[in-house]
Design a protein around this ligand. Sequence first.
Ligand code: AMP
Length: 190
Amino acid sequence: MRIVLLGAPGSGKGTQAGLLKAELNIPHISTGDLLRAAVKAGTPLGLKAKAVMDAGQLVSDEIVLGMLEERLSQPDARAGFILDGYPRNLAQCEALQKLLDRLGQPVDVALQLVVPNELIVERLAGRAAAENRKDDTPETVRERLRVYAEQTAPVAGYYERQGRLSVLDGVGEMREVQQRILSALPRRAA
Ligand code: AMP
């Protein structure tokens, strides 16, 4: 099963991807995590990405696609994957489609978690305290939400036009939201 998880920062994509990974036994691939690992390791790519990430803006399409391609080529991704944080704009939608067509592994479903903005701001403030992420400061959160509305929101329309989008309520207990996601998954071929 190849799943794209969509939703604003703080909508619960990471948490739900973690739960789904255990349930479906496929890897959770987060481009944010891949980038944070590169920053932490101090690779040239990480050094380039750091300032952009700290400002709440999008790292270049080329850098993120290269990282993603490398990750998707690893053997564990052959069984499927949960993609979290990618695609982030329409150019990335096209790039992903091309890449997955080449690998013969098209997206099965895009799941969009919808959470009201006030709740998102509250959740991200909580996460800033718990995880000490530099990009969870109030100012950067505002910028990330602006970037989301401007560049990432149209991604849902891309999958809707392909008849692959499921829009889900992301408010509620973690397990409740997980159940909504599981019910929205296409039935797997026996
Ligand atoms: P996330 O953990 O998904 O919220 O991502 C954290 C930050 O990493 C974002 O604010 C961006 O700066 C960067 N990032 C993650 N995924 C992408 C992507 N697909 N394209 C560009 N930048 C990304």
